[in-house]
Write a protein that binds this ligand. Structure first.
Ligand code: NDP
Ligand code: PYC
Length: 344
């Protein structure tokens, strides 16, 4: 495959310009470009530059506010609240981040509630960021109803991602991040775009029959990972990051966007813990204990989650990011023509 290589900074500036040219507020364009470029840099293709057109499609449909300025809600307790005001989620996180970190350090624990956001990104970005600040972090959000509960056949739950970060002194944090479906919906869309069949067990068609056809999967229902276990975690996420935040659950997010063609709008919940505050009064260093466990895993030859991502990042930092000619042609078109180049 013929490819074109660009530096991480070049790609980020390019993605930022595409959003600015489409009328997106400068701070929002920068935050969105940062998270999308990080996804591409770490070779997370379902949440890399593939998302640029999706984010713009919501804008073209008038379902995201390009000029929304996130608003912090007043309050001093462990709950930090920010409204994205119907804009993209990333600038809301950037605005609330310093308060979340400060409160988690001062009080031992803090929770960030983001409301009314169009969410399109991978969750590892935020938990890794918090773990780099010495905090353990959990992140979750609904999406749009795309998954049948275990034992059911119609979409009701979202692909509801769940991520965890743990700080490692002198090392990259331990991070996992996954959809509660077998894979992210973005991956099914990429299979459709590339004309590739799905592995069995990922989805059922609109009649509820098993399918390996990505188009039938997108119009049918995705299936949870680990059957009833993934289904239960996805349900918990609907309750904690939907119902509990007074925000949309995945079915309402789907209704709001008239289906799943557009990215979903809902809330998000990020929990940040100071490990030393939780182990206070005990004669054990939580991070040192963590290292023993993680080393034990590595000693068995098992790979840690995010190890592939960190390796891809190091490669991108050393050699740049390689994009296909088709990917570059799409970026060129989006930069030159703005929303006119975005498919409905
Ligand atoms: P993957 O199945 O690709 O990866 C899940 C996790 O498992 C990653 O942390 C990955 O690390 C790790 N992993 C994969 N293989 C191994 C292995 N052999 N040994 C150890 N660890 C492994 O992710 P999904 O397809 O489920 O999700 C992809 C992304 O989609 C996520 O980032 C998620 O946040 C995002 N998403 C976002 C949604 C939203 O609403 N915003 C909705 C759904 C998903 P590594 O990366 O190093 O391979
Ligand atoms: O890949 O499932 C997904 C997804 C939904 C919203 C953003 N990503």
């Amino acid at each position: 495959m013929t490819t074109i290589t660009m530096t991480i900074d070049e790609l980020e500036s390019r993605v930022g310009r595409i959003f600015s040219n489409c009328g997106v507020r400068a701070e929002t364009a920068a935050a969105v470009a940062g998270v999308i470029t990080a996804g591409e840099r770490d070779h997370c293709k379902s949440h890399g530059i593939y998302r640029v057109e999706g984010c713009l499609r919501v804008l073209k449909a008038g379902k995201v506010a390009p000029d929304a300025i996130p608003e912090m809600r007043p309050g001093e307790g462990p709950i930090v609240r920010v409204s994205a005001g119907g804009g993209y989620a990333s600038p809301a996180y950037e605005m609330a981040r310093p308060t979340l970190i400060e409160r988690a350090r001062r009080q031992g624990f803090a929770a960030l509630v983001i409301n009314d956001c169009v969410h399109f990104s991978a969750l590892w970005y935020e938990v890794e960021d918090l773990a780099n600040e010495g905090l353990a972090a959990l992140s979750m959000c609904p999406s749009h109803a795309a998954m049948a509960p275990s034992g059911g056949r119609a979409p009701l739950l979202g692909t509801n991602p769940f991520a965890f970060g743990w700080p490692r002194p002198g090392k990259e944090p331990y991070v996992f991040d996954f959809a509660t479906t077998q894979v992210a919906r973005g991956d099914i869309e990429l299979h459709e775009r590339e004309g590739k069949a799905l592995p069995e067990g990922w989805a059922v068609d609109p009649a509820g029959q098993p399918t390996t056809d990505p188009s039938a999967a997108l119009s049918g229902a995705m299936l949870p990972f680990g059957q009833h276990k993934g289904s239960a975690i996805a349900t918990m996420i609907e309750l904690l990051a939907g119902a509990m935040l007074g925000d949309f659950m995945s079915q309402e997010a789907r209704d709001f966007m008239d289906g799943t063609r557009l990215l979903p709008r809902h809330g998000a919940l990020i929990l940040a813990f100071d490990p030393n505050a939780f182990s206070q009064g005990r004669d054990r260093d939580p991070l040192a204990e963590g290292e023993k466990l993680l080393q034990g895993i590595a000693d068995q030859g098992a790979r840690l989650p995010s190890q592939r991502r960190y390796a891809a990042r190091r490669m991108a930092q050393a050699e740049g990011i390689r994009l296909s000619m088709e990917e570059v042609a799409l970026l060129d078109r989006l930069e030159a023509e703005g929303l006119k180049a975005v498919g409905d």
